[in-house]
Design a binder for this molecule. Sequence first.
Ligand SMILES: Nc1nc2c(c(=O)[nH]1)N[C@H]1C(S)=C(S)[C@@H](COP(=O)(O)O)O[C@H]1N2
Ligand SMILES: [Mo]
Length: 421
Amino acid sequence: MSGSLDQFLRDHERLTRRFFLGLSGAAAATLSQSSLFGAESKRAPKLQEAIDKLESWLTLQDDFRDVSRGKPKPHSLPDEKRKEVGLLRDTWQLEVVSDKENPARLRKEFKKEDNTAFTFKDLMQMAQTRAVRFPKVMTCLNIGCPLGNGIWEGVPLRDVLWLTQPRENLRRVFYEGFHNEDPEQLFQSSLPVGRILEDPFDLPPVVLCYKLNGDWLTPERGGPVRVVVPEGYGFKSIKWLQKITLTNLHNANDTYAKGKNDVDRPLKSFAATLSIPDTVKPNEPIPVTGYAQVGISGVSKVQVWVHDESKELEPGDKYHEKAPWQDAEILDPPAKWGGGLADNRIPSPTMSFDPQTGQPKTWPIRLSKIHWAALLPGLPEGEYTFRSRTVDDKGYGQPLPRPFRKSGHAAIEKVTIRVKA
Ligand SMILES: Nc1nc2c(c(=O)[nH]1)N[C@H]1C(S)=C(S)[C@@H](COP(=O)(O)O)O[C@H]1N2
Ligand SMILES: [Mo]
């Protein structure tokens, strides 16, 4: 890493002058090379303090934000009731059937009525040889901010699908959770069968998930079994899974298609702040930390930009592509993963991690999360807007290449900073 503390501070001074006190476009362009960080040992104490307070990389199961529909919510039912309706590991049953209206030709179905439904014991049997684990951030398409980052364990859904011995006319797979036996409360999602049978672009498989961060999936997280779609927004990962329907229909009919949601697109990359002071003294460097969701196209950079509110924004530059963005520091993999992992060890094997060292094979890990930090140079008195953004592996700055809200949040976050003596 470059530079001593002195160099770092000199850089800042230079940046302060050039960047914030009215500089030419050309001068600003050279700044995109500079970054607002130094080696770890040389970090300004205020910045290090903020980094030390960051949330952990993995989220405890109980700390995930809950997005559950249902009246009552299935996980809030008394144990007796959950036992009765198949929401305990002992009583869980999964039906896998052909769609009556648009049948897929199967040799076998798994049904409650003839006692052939798939059980948790069956699932565990398969898990002995077929279980996979991978990290994934769970994000609601409509909330935008991640609900939690976890290591999900499950059996590939295709393994169960093949047990039906499908012959032909199978194009799509619908799957639904327990919904209080009330059709009004049905919550379902779907995938083209091809996504389940094959994992394109080195994605992890779509799984029937029963563990999160090494522990049984809790009722709130959708236990005993939920679907987890690695690249999908949360609504694809149906909780309290009870029924899978194999159909010859070609189109999605996800519950989430209502509300104008785009139900077919994968996670986007975006950055957001976690700590930033709202008021600071003039000419005092400003420590900022944040996270970035690593979408399907990765994150090559996190960048920040401070705009003086007394100045105009570049006209017609809707996504601030011409702004003088500067690189923030993408933090290395953490020393402690969090999430309640036993011995702070990523279970082995876990996709994207080296089974020997337990360290990530690449960083950032796609479809997960990273943290970043920047020390902004001190500013003269005034009011400023701080923005952060990701740049993906193809060089697109957030919210591009898919700027529309209904395929997932990627709008550039704005935070006001007041500088006052
Ligand atoms: N059965 C069922 N599954 C569901 C939901 C639901 O309401 N019912 N909500 C979905 C939505 S919209 C999201 S964002 C995720 C949230 O997962 P979490 O509650 O584990 O954070 O679960 C999905 N799975
Ligand atoms: Mo959601």
